[in-house]
Ligand binder design. Sequence first.
Ligand code: URA
Length: 419
Amino acid sequence: SSAVEVIAAKRDRHELTPGQIEGVLGAYTRGEVAEEQMAALAMAILLNGMTAAETAHWTQAMIGSGEVLDLGDVGRPLVDKHSTGGVGDKITLPLAPLVAACGAAVPQLSGRGLGHTGGTLDKLEAIPGWRASLSTDEIRTQLAEVGAVVCATTPTLAPADRRLYALRDVTGTVESVPLIASSIMSKKLAEGTGGLVLDVKVGSGAFMKTRERAGELAGAMTAIGAAHGLPTTALLTGMSRPLGRCVGNALEVAESVEVLRGGGPGDVVALTVTLAREMLALAGITGTDPAAVLASGAAYDVWERMIAAQGGDPAAPLPVARHVETLTADRSGIFAGADALAVGTAAWRLGAGRARKEDPVQAAAGVRMLAVPGDEVRAGDPLLELHTDTPERLPGARQLLTATALPVAAGPPVFEELV
Ligand code: URA
């Protein structure tokens, strides 16, 4: 079928055949389908959906637009994790070395932040000398020798996804469950992992604002995993409050190091250990308790080797913001917590994130929370710190947080359920 016929078929709610899907995505990859045609098809898919079979074929065609990484035999079971993105979600940083310290190999190919959610690569680039881009040979060697790699996706992995995602971003077609699920899963399947744990975020700071939508996305992704023979499990976890106390690149690295040294915020430790258990189960590693391994310092040792293997100096001081402003409580009461979307947007505006793909990020910018939900605070107590190198950004962030994230009332604390 021609591209126009495929667009019309989806417009008229027909199920696309494997041939139509392979044909249109293959032609798009070769530059024979115009961007406006793919945009029309993406909108038809957003409005009319795709069946599980269509979504599996769509994913296969995206994988086929590039190469599948051959990680070969690294001597340990391969397992990876993907988070759909949240505020303060630095879990990959302690998790990858922890799971490696337990005996698996973690090929965590990651992305950068866009919008209010941070990117793992942006965070690690706050470490002096650390390098995100590795060759396939370097990835393989590091997996065998260290057990964990966090690096940029190589340009050869699912290249059709890169173009399609950029196109969806400017055509209002990001929010389609089959398109999100196939985008994420095509990259993970092309990476060559042996198992995958999905952390699907739910709440104000997440892509999916409700349990129902998050469950739909989780179901679509696990179905793609099953169709491709990749053992995949999914957890839905809360994202109406930021994870931990810190949001921002260097701030989140520092908090992750605290966790790796046996401290850090309880919610970050709990989610790290829970996801590690899921990953170890998929990797077939039993009888190793990740909580004990974390407490032993073995995960921190892997962290140091993982950072050093990519040119970073794990002992170097992290960048510090030139301007720090403290927001205080305007009355006494209970701190109900800061809304994830508000904190994420404030950190982004302070310089931790980017507005366009080409923009640089500030390593030191972000938000640190000095109180946690349920804390009793008195008028004038410090609640939040705003960090930035560009002080002209402070008023905007201050306004955003004062308006939405300082609900200090005398009522009962709001506790967040972690699912
Ligand atoms: N993340 C992705 O990688 N793809 C999407 O479509 C959405 C989020």
